[in-house]
Design a protein around this ligand. Structure first.
Ligand SMILES: *Cc1c(COP(=O)(O)O)cnc(C)c1O
Length: 393
């Protein structure tokens, strides 16, 4: 027996977590166990679930390997899988809230999460109140009533990238006995340690950085000891599961997460800084930039920045923005992000916030910076801004 290394750094955990080659004839990676039926050696084992795996929906050695690797990475008590990040949000909210409950949600939450609250949750008698990401302790206390059961945070927020003071909000939430739910898709556990900041439940769209290759849809819900039983029960009762192939691809993506994140961050900073200096650009919303309103909070609480940010262009007609984006050679136009390839997404800021956004806004474009050579990306954007200018005049 080799002596166990008790303390493992993040990159080591990512490369070694959940791997048991000795159980797989020495092969480095676990195989994809595809299956529904799992045979039992005896009636007792079958009927009393006395074996690690009993039915495909309830897990396989492939999903268990991913669970173990993620649990070691984020320090949670347990991890559950859903067919998408949005389904993970639905699991977290539906398993913990019930008719009559009141939820507080940041106004910059991922838009489909908002729609879930306005739709299904609302019909089930769960009410949601949205709050500004810059909310302070006293304002939060005023929003809490006897029916308030949970607070939902996403920092930085989707599209506007606004930061919240997480320790302040979590302290008030804990004082009031609320469950703290966080969407940590942007930062991943590498750049924000959500559980050490008091989260009970952490959601991640593994579709994005964790799987990392634009080839998988998968959602993760990680939970503390306190929240796990509720989630487990709901997950099992509603039959949520993921395919072993998707779990395997996610596990494969996870192995290189540290090195990918380092490069994504470096490329994104380079381009965000360059864009911020252009006269066509009014603002770059990216907490890693010193000029960003949320920079101090990001610097205090985060250990790195993802490669997703928003650029606010100078006022221009829609065809100027289209000319800019449609002619890009390296940036694709498309939803989602987290793969190896760069993307651009134009959006109307007023659709993403109930309250007015933090400043008068021109056309907004969310950029996702991939793993291409940053100089090539810069030249692509430079040519795009030339087209933008030509259509603007
Ligand atoms: C993409 C995303 C989700 C949803 O993930 P899907 O796998 O696309 O359903 C949730 N939260 C955030 C912050 C996201 O960016």
């Amino acid at each position: 027996m080799k002596p166990a290394l008790t303390v493992r750094g993040t990159a080591t955990r990512l490369t070694h977590g959940g791997r048991t080659p000795a159980e797989h004839h020495g092969f480095v990676n676990p195989p994809v166990y595809r299956g529904s039926t799992v045979l039992a050696p005896t009636v007792d084992s079958l009927l009393n679930y006395r074996q690690p795996y009993v039915y495909g929906r309830l897990g396989s050695p492939t999903t268990a390997a991913l669970q173990e690797a993620l649990r070691e990475l984020d320090g949670s008590a347990g991890v559950l899988f859903c067919p998408s990040g949005l389904a993970a949000i639905a699991l977290a909210l539906q398993a913990t809230l019930t008719s009559g409950d009141h939820l507080l949600m940041t106004d910059v939450a991922y838009r489909p999460a908002r729609r879930l609250c306005e739709g299904v949750l609302n019909r089930q008698g769960i009410t949601t109140q949205w709050f500004s990401p810059s909310l302070g302790a006293d304002d939060l206390r005023r929003l809490i009533n006897p029916k308030t059961r949970a607070i939902y945070l996403e920092t930085p927020g989707s599209q506007t990238m606004e930061m919240s003071d997480i320790p302040v909000l979590v302290a008030v939430a804990r004082e009031a006995g609320l469950l703290v739910i966080m969407d940590n898709t942007w930062a991943t556990p590498l750049f924000f340690d959500a559980f050490s900041y008091g989260a009970d439940i952490v959601i991640q769209a593994a579709t994005k950085y964790i799987a990392g290759h634009a080839d998988v849809m998968l959602g993760i819900v990680s939970a503390s000891e306190r929240a796990l039983p509720l989630l487990r029960e709901y997950h099992r009762e509603t039959g949520l599961c993921v395919s072993p192939d998707d779990a395997w691809l996610t596990l494969r993506g996870l192995r290189t997460l540290a090195v990918r994140m380092r490069q994504h961050q470096e490329n994104a900073r380079h381009l965000a800084q360059w864009l911020a200096g252009r006269e066509e650009v009014q603002a770059v919303w990216y907490p890693a930039l010193e000029t960003d309103e949320g920079h101090a909070l990001w610097q205090r609480d985060f250990t790195g920045a993802a490669s997703l940010f928003t650029v606010v262009l100078q006022p221009a007609p829609a065809q100027a923005v289209a000319a800019f984006l449609e002619g890009l050679q390296l940036f694709g136009l498309g939803f989602s992000w987290g793969g190896f390839e760069s993307l651009a997404l134009p959006f109307d800021c007023s659709e993403y916030r109930l309250a007015p956004p933090r400043q008068p806004v021109g056309p907004c474009v969310r950029f996702y910076i991939g793993l291409e050579d940053p100089d090539d990306l810069r030249r692509d954007l430079e040519q795009g801004l030339r087209r933008f200018n030509a259509e603007r005049d």
